[in-house]
Design a protein around this ligand. Structure first.
Ligand code: PMP
Length: 391
């Protein structure tokens, strides 16, 4: 029976890592996989995480089961960072821990489906797993263009998509640091989106996977904090894997806002049932470390300082790219106005291949680069290589 299964293509980015590792050129550049890198090309464990993990080892007295909602103290400790210090006390927002942001996205979409949502509006291109999860859940993806020609968000496309949608539809929005384009909504655009979503009756699902990597923890929550108060129901998928550097430890959270506190209780009981059927409960270790940081003022300050260093480095690479202005046929200026680790370059598959084969520059076939793969030591080489293949 299992022999009926069709061969699935390997994950393109994971295949790229293997190619990169096999490349003997000492000045090769990895702009593929989506993890933060320091100026030395490392993806270190945060000092605050190391300290929290040590405390965890010293003090944890049991690894007994927690339950499908995971570490609720962690979920609560994240709330002021996401929703603001004045989280309404009307009980309409509740959450639970998930295995990474992916688990949270999966849970949000599965819950939307269980509530009767069949169509999900989403700006494209998006993080490829969004489409994969939608397809796996047998939900229809209604795509609209995310990036306008000027390197800012295509609001006309979003307006048109929402105008043609209504009750029974959902819209999946990136809270900040759009993956793959780096193109975020401005504050004015979020203000408009909040009104448009409210008027359309569409269920907003906000994926906030990179809080703190764009303009700062507070600034990057602008969209969530604008949309949620405007609408009666909303879902938020959150990842701690980037802003705490916990990637493989899989730390995330799912939040739901119901129309009433009673609705929220019902929503969360369904989320817990879905979690139970999917993964039973999330892994604990990374989430417990996050909780220890967030419940300790000193560790929180250390973590925020480390996160700010990451953000500043990403910003400075973006500014250097923007200052280079043009690389052959590619205008790099918009990258200075965009956010987070990713940017899309208007390059063909052949140019991506030439960058890899002739210059040792590795990036996704789509033209997405991880700007954190660039350093003062290799940025000039990258710009020249890009110019060489696009001139
Ligand atoms: N949403 C987006 C937009 C992402 O880019 C990612 C990670 N690449 C995730 C969710 C999932 O993150 P995690 O690794 O925490 O599952």
């Amino acid at each position: 029976m299992l022999d009926r299964l069709d061969q699935q293509p390997p994950d393109a980015l994971l295949a790229l890592i293997k190619l990169y590792e096999a490349d003997p050129r000492p000045d090769k550049i990895d702009l593929g996989v989506g993890v933060y890198r320091t100026a030395d090309g490392a993806t270190p464990v945060f000092g605050a995480i190391k300290a929290a993990e040590q405390r965890l080892i010293d003090t944890q007295d049991s690894k007994s089961y927690l339950g499908p909602e995971g570490d609720m103290r962690m979920v609560r400790a994240l709330e002021p960072h996401i929703f603001g210090k004045t989280l309404p006390s009307d009980g309409r927002i509740d959450g639970m821990q998930t295995p990474g942001g992916t688990g949270a996205v999966r849970l949000a979409l599965a819950l939307a489906k269980k509530s009767g949502v069949t169509r999900v509006l989403m700006g494209t291109p998006s993080w490829p797993n969004h489409a994969q999860i939608l397809s796996d859940l047998d939900m229809e993806l209604v795509g609209f263009t995310h990036a306008g020609a000027d390197g800012t968000a295509d609001m006309a496309a979003l307006r048109a998509a929402l105008a043609n949608a209504g009750e029974g539809d959902a819209v999946l929005l990136h809270g900040c640091c759009h993956n793959p384009s780096g193109i975020d909504y401005s504050h004015d655009q979020w203000d408009e989106i909040a009104t448009l979503v409210k008027d359309s009756g569409v269920l907003p699902i906000i994926d906030l996977a990179y809080q703190g990597l764009g303009h700062g923890m507070e600034e990057d929550a602008y969209g969530v904090r604008k949309v949620l108060p405007a609408v009666s129901e909303a879902l938020v998928a959150y990842s701690c894997d980037k802003n705490f550097g916990l990637y493989r430890d899989r730390v995330g959270a799912f939040y739901a806002q119901g129309a009433t506190a009673d609705d929220t209780v019902r929503i969360m009981s369904n989320a817990a049932a879905l979690a139970r059927a999917n993964w039973s409960m999330p892994p604990d270790h990374g989430g417990a470390a996050v909780r220890m940081i967030l419940e300790d003022e000193g560790l929180t300050a250390d973590w925020l300082a480390e996160l700010e260093d990451m953000r500043q480095r990403i910003r400075s690479v973006r500014e250097k790219l923007a200052a280079a202005s043009n690389a052959g046929g590619v205008n790099l200026e918009p990258l200075g106005r965009q956010n987070g680790m990713f940017a899309m370059l208007p390059v063909t598959k052949e140019q991506v291949q030439a960058l890899r084969e002739d210059h040792g520059v590795y990036m996704a076939g789509s033209g997405r680069i991880n700007v954190a793969g660039l350093t003062t030591g290799n940025i000039d080489k990258f710009v020249s290589a890009l110019a060489a293949v696009t001139s």
